[in-house]
Design a binder for this molecule. Structure first.
Ligand code: MRU
Length: 382
């Protein structure tokens, strides 16, 4: 069962306590150092704690999970969301699954854990970080000796992914900030911040680094209907960080560009195809079209775990559709008349040709295309 640990307000906005099991040292220290009021994922006392992003910013509630299936449900229901955060949460869920299966039967746990992995993989389809994390955990499982308890090795692997994502975000922050030549205003969409990652953020990592360097004066955040990740989460993170933020309706973005208010659009990604096409929150494509029309630069910030070399182009990326009532109702109240339907794709694909820069932890790809992405991936491997 999930266990709502902490009530409303900032009661849990404290650095997390050191864990009671597992490794000590470099990886753990890096993870602990990143824990903050906007830390989406914490492994504590042998269980996974997720900051419930459905209720932010009004309540800061951490839910505690000790069963893999419950984490899969939490991902589907968007307790935790954002591509890298989903991947790291799934990695910890595999630890929970292995613990349960091994306790049930140390001889046959491997035969049963596939069902847990399948359930996790099906929880949200677009963010490739989920499949990437499960593949890495599978490799770790394959290396566990027959009869050995898989939990220590899996926990170490999950923690490594957690720490690597934070480090990647910090590196992307530096690289992306360096692209912004002079003090300006930028626009972001959805939430690609600490809440959407293991910590610091991708697009908002660039915003954090560039603001600290004096290159960003101010951020416009699109509200991001229907889940309002921009209004609820990005604005929360920016206020928390002391970075000036102004919320706009999604439909105000082109007008803001037309008025010369925006120099860069900076977004994250859920999946980048091998040719550089970018799947991200619905509305990103419109921003890219409008940015090109208005001479505004368009930056995508994503770790290499978000690049799917098996997707030749955006056409190969599965786009999640969510329930129509997310659009037909607002704040629990029906806004559309009975009889109206709704189409609710929650991601779209921006063609690579509209992307000026793809920022990864292994470098910046200007005007990404198939060859440049392949070169980046080769560099990342070496
Ligand atoms: O539906 P969500 O909130 O999971 O969508 C998240 C996004 O679209 C983010 O921009 C993307 O995952 C990048 S997060 C660093």
């Amino acid at each position: 069962m999930t266990d709502p640990m902490v009530g409303k307000g900032s009661a849990d906005a404290q650095p997390t306590a050191p864990d009671d099991i597992g490794m000590r040292g470099g990886v753990q220290s890096a993870v602990e150092a990143a824990v903050s009021p906007v830390s989406a994922i914490v492994w504590r006392h042998g269980a996974l704690e997720l900051l419930d992003q459905r209720v932010l910013p009004h309540a800061s509630t951490r839910l505690r999970y000790s069963e893999c299936g419950e984490v899969a449900d939490a991902i589907r229901e968007m307790v935790v969301r954002g591509a890298p955060a989903i991947g790291v949460a799934a990695a910890y869920a595999v630890v929970l699954a292995a613990r349960r299966r091994f306790a049930d039967d140390p001889a046959t746990w491997r035969d049963h854990i596939d069902a847990d992995l399948d359930r996790l993989a099906a929880s949200r389809p677009t963010a490739v970080n989920l499949a990437w994390a499960l593949d890495r955990m599978q490799e770790t499982m394959d290396a566990v000796a027959a009869g050995a308890d898989p939990e220590p090795a899996l926990l170490e692997a999950a923690r490594a992914m957690h720490a690597e994502d934070i480090a990647a975000n910090r590196r992307m922050g530096e690289l992306g900030a360096a692209l912004i030549e002079s003090r300006c205003e930028v626009l972001t969409h959805c939430n690609a911040g600490a809440l959407a990652t293991a910590g610091y953020g991708t697009a908002l990592g660039v915003v954090r680094a560039a603001h600290a360097a004096g290159r960003i004066a101010h951020v416009y955040a699109g509200e991001t209907r229907p889940w309002l990740q921009g209004a609820r989460l990005t604005a929360y993170e920016m206020v928390e960080a002391g970075i000036p933020v102004t919320l706009i309706a999604d439909s105000a973005a082109s007008w803001a560009m037309r008025q010369g208010r925006v120099r860069w659009v900076i977004v994250g990604a859920d999946r980048v195809a091998a040719n550089g096409d970018v799947a991200n929150k619905i509305g990103t494509y419109s921003l890219a079209v409008s940015a090109r029309h208005h001479g505004v630069r368009f930056m995508v910030v994503a770790p290499t775990s978000t690049i799917d070399r098996h997707a030749a182009s955006g056409d190969d990326i599965p786009i999640e559709s969510r329930r129509s009532d997310e659009l037909l109702s607002h704040a629990g109240r029906r806004v559309a008349p009975d009889g109206a339907g709704a189409w609710n794709p929650v991601f779209d694909v921006t063609p690579a040709a509209l992307v000026d820069a793809l920022v990864t932890e292994h470098g910046v790809v200007e005007a990404p295309d198939r060859d440049r992405i392949a070169a980046l991936l080769a560099r990342a491997k070496s």
